[in-house]
Design a protein around this ligand. Structure first.
Ligand code: ACO
Length: 310
């Protein structure tokens, strides 16, 4: 019977259809998804911090309202993704515990500081742009709840990307100092944005199996290339350059050639040695501990409601 179930699983994956929570699945498929979805959820939650930094200092009420809505969206994405992980048997409290103990990863990109307001725009344009590039294909990932979560997440990310680009466009129409601020911000974020896609294919331990299971639909390098090709004309329209002397159109390939990100920097950031790793985790831990009374109150309230229902 277990052979039948395995054959059924293989068939669903081969057909490009969806595996649902109650379907049989290999243990490795389940654990890979929990790993990836948890990392993704943690990234959304930690990702609130770099931009949240500017909420109290946004230059206008309009910018503040937009930024607040955006940061709240990220919280929503995180909760949505934790729920998707729960359909696989994971426990949200346990995942949060692993995050604040540094036992589960979140995206490298959120370990860089945001010293200028232009960073809000650059994060929207490049970081959310890279996230969309990675997540649109995940709308077709083989696990149903993850794929469906990605549809809504991608719609909201597109709004985030546009607000970032619009912010930068406005600054580029401003003073020379504002234009310099945009370029300086782009110079700092370009390489880290390329690293978001993960290590090169030949040193990505999970890609081959995740592709075979239909969890990933493209390799890390394929998506990185797509992002570079997509970003170059946007940079031209904006009037900024990327800090890569090797970035050039290759007519033969029909793609841009580009330089190699500093993978030793990536490894260090993933290991926890980036500029803001400690701060990000400390802030998350404090928020979790400060929120204990809310969870206790909600649990007590739910218990009393259940009691009243009886
Ligand atoms: N930051 C931190 N860790 C990373 C990153 C990154 N940018 N890229 C890869 N890694 C980790 C992987 O999690 C993996 O760790 P583990 O095996 O110890 O758990 C290791 O590096 C090796 O990488 P891969 O074998 O390439 O891992 P994987 O197949 O999971 O691919 C990828 C990585 C592309 C990030 C994939 O997990 C994915 O598509 N995730 C969903 C998207 C996501 O998490 N986005 C978060 C940022 S976007 C946002 O939140 C706005």
């Amino acid at each position: 019977a277990s052979d039948d179930l395995a054959a059924q699983f293989d068939q669903i994956v081969a057909d490009g259809a969806r595996i649902e929570p109650r379907d049989w699945m290999p243990d490795g498929y389940r654990s890979t998804l929990i790993r990836q979805i948890a990392q993704h959820a943690h990234s959304e939650i930690i990702g609130m911090q770099p931009e949240g930094n500017w909420l109290t200092r946004a230059p206008s009420l309009r910018r503040k309202a937009i930024l607040m809505a955006k940061v709240q969206d990220e919280a929503g994405h995180g909760l949505y993704l934790y729920s998707a992980a729960e359909t696989l048997g994971a426990d949200r409290a346990d995942l949060t515990g692993k995050l604040i103990e540094g036992r589960q990863k979140y995206s490298s990109i959120f370990n860089y500081p945001t010293p200028t307001f232009a960073d809000v725009g650059t994060i929207g344009w490049l970081v959310d742009g890279a996230a969309i590039c990675n997540q649109v294909p995940l709308c077709r990932t083989s696990f149903g709840p993850y794929a469906r979560a990605m549809i809504r997440v991608c719609k909201e990310e597109s709004f985030h990307q546009r607000q970032g680009y619009e912010l930068l466009t406005t600054m580029m129409r401003g003073t020379p100092a504002q234009r310099r601020m945009v370029q300086e911000s782009v110079d700092r974020w370009w390489w880290p944005a390329l690293m978001m896609f993960g290590p090169p294919d030949d040193s990505s331990p999970n890609t081959a199996q995740s592709m075979a299971w239909g969890i990933k639909r493209h390799t890390n390098d394929e998506l990185r290339q797509r992002f570079v090709d997509m970003s170059v004309p946007q940079a031209e329209a904006l009037g900024v350059t990327f800090p890569d002397p090797d970035l050039v159109w290759n007519a033969e390939r029909g793609h841009h050639d580009f330089g190699e990100p500093d993978w030793s920097e990536f490894m260090e950031v993933v290991k926890g040695n980036g500029a803001t790793n400690l701060e990000r985790i400390a802030v998350r831990r404090a928020a979790h501990e400060d929120g204990a009374w809310v969870r206790d109150a909600a649990t007590a309230f739910a218990a009393r409601e259940q009691e009243d229902d009886r």
